[in-house]
Design a protein around this ligand. Structure first.
Ligand code: NAD
Length: 453
């Protein structure tokens, strides 16, 4: 197998650059450097660790445009998205740069002395990133892991390594010592698997498909290795008759077609209360037709291509099984394009209703009442995110509590904000990223009793 991978621009199908792929020996060497770097990074004064992370954030800030440009070319992301994604890495680094000085334990009342707890870093943390949001997903792992005093080895997806490689360089430029944060481009079956099997990697933080996630969890069980999994989704966008229907219809396409639907939080099932179903569909059609699907080098583009020819044929496979009610536009010529498509689901057993498409396809179904809406939303192996549109506060609360998903949003489609926890119920994952507690998931609690004798 070749040791390089040719990165392709998905909007033009033109090669961008060849990237060297690490083999087992190179992976082991990088893990060894992370092991060696750990004690000094762990023992650095908290304020100094904070200062280095802030400097890293400042450097990312200076390079937002460059990082965004790389992502537009490598991943086909729109300029708006790519710029937000680079800025998100900066913000997440800044947010967790406050953590080293605030990793506060407890002092617990006990007889015969005092009792204190410490949040001890784990050691080397391995982060495995998918291709759909290469920058943010990397940052959600490495920023809190570093802040908590761990060293990090990070594997980007084969298809999208460029921004991660650049972030690794910026970390070094910011003053992180060799081995504190290493980016190792390589194959999942080689570098990713090695994170799971190498005894010095004490935690694996994986974002990707449910299938690979299960395999990683099983592998980690062998060593009782800590694991966080952020996996697939089939999230519901539930629209009640009392909602602002125009707003719900105008925003629904962007809640699923953003990043060409390659979003684990995509609201790919729309549930609409029957009394407003026809009105909603009639408003949805112009909204879908209005999505600007253009080469992302055009800054007005709202949706780019899919990441690869393989992903396009997977999505096409779903579309071949159903009747598309209406669709948006796509450019002619090269590029892995699929026009945004709306399917009126006929049964909850259809593959389009049950499986994650990871493309710009949404299925719509009517419901009669609140109870049925919750039951339909929960009739899924996944439970990542979801939206609820209603003007009734009580209903918003009841349905939010009823839907089995980790990140819900009322009258909006927000899922990911770095201040708040993010992760899935059921087969959408285990553990949480982001929010104030994320550094804790990269530590073990140590309890120390000090006798007063
Ligand atoms: P994938 O599982 O194929 O790959 C993800 C990463 O795992 C890649 O870096 C890949 O190289 C690596 N990998 C593959 N096989 C491996 C193995 N055997 N051992 C270790 N690592 C291995 O997923 P993908 O196709 O890149 O990403 C799409 C999936 O990611 C979708 O299912 C999507 O829902 C999910 N996703 C979830 C979230 C979330 O936060 N829940 C976010 C983004 C994407």
């Amino acid at each position: 197998m070749s040791n390089t991978y040719t990165v392709v621009n998905p909007a033009t199908e033109q090669p961008v650059v060849d990237v060297d792929m690490a083999d087992i020996a190179a992976t082991d060497a990088a893990i060894e450097r992370a092991v060696e770097a750990f004690p000094s990074w762990r023992d650095l004064a908290p304020g100094e660790r904070a200062r280095l992370l802030r400097r890293f954030a400042a450097l990312v800030d200076e390079h937002v445009e460059e990082l965004a440009e790389l992502e537009v070319r490598n991943s086909g992301h729109t300029w708006g998205n790519a710029t937000w994604e680079a800025a998100n890495v900066r913000d997440v680094l800044n947010y967790y740069s406050a953590a080293p000085e605030r990793l506060i334990g407890h002092q617990i009342p006990v007889p015969g002395g005092i009792d204190v707890t410490f949040h001890e870093p784990l050691g080397v943390v391995g982060i495995i990133v998918p291709w759909n949001f290469p920058m943010p997903i990397a940052g959600w792992g490495f920023a809190p892991a570093l802040a908590a005093g761990n060293t990090v080895v990070l594997k980007p997806a084969e298809l999208t390594p460029l921004t991660a490689i650049r972030l690794g360089e910026l970390g070094r430029e910011a003053g992180l010592a060799e081995g504190v944060f290493s980016v190792i481009p390589g194959r999942g079956s080689i570098v990713g698997e090695r994170f799971v099997t190498h005894p010095a990697v004490r935690k694996v933080c994986f974002t990707g498909s449910t299938e690979v996630g299960k395999r990683i969890m099983a592998g980690c069980a062998d060593r009782v290795k800590r694991v966080t999994l952020e996996l697939g989704g089939k999230s519901a966008n539930i629209i009640f008759a009392d909602a602002d229907i125009a707003k719900a219809a105008a925003s629904a396409p962007y809640a699923v077609f953003d990043n060409a639907g390659q979003d684990c939080c995509a609201r790919s099932r729309i549930l609409v209360q029957r009394s407003v179903y026809d009105e909603f569909i009639s408003l949805l059609r112009p909204a879908v037709e209005g999505v600007k699907v253009l080469d992302p080098s055009d800054r007005s583009s709202e949706m780019g291509p899919l990441i690869s020819a393989g992903q396009r044929s997977t999505v096409q496979g779903f579309l071949d099984e159903v009747e598309v009610a209406f669709s948006g536009h796509k450019p002619d010529g090269p590029g892995f394009w699929v026009a945004p498509a709306v399917v009126l689901a006929e049964s909850t057993q259809q593959r389009i209703w049950r499986e994650e498409v990871f493309g710009p396809v949404v299925a719509v179904m009517p419901f009669d009442d609140e109870e049925e809406a919750i039951a339909l939303a929960n009739d899924s192996d996944f439970g990542l995110s979801g939206s609820i549109f209603t003007r009734d506060v009580g209903r918003a609360l009841r349905v939010s509590r009823g839907v089995e998903a980790g990140a819900l949003s009322v009258n909006s489609h927000s899922s990911v904000r770095y201040w708040t926890p993010f992760g899935g119920f059921k087969q959408s994952g285990i553990g949480r990223e982001l929010g104030p507690d994320a550094p804790h998931s990269f530590t073990d609690v140590k309890n120390v009793f000090i006798s007063n004798e």
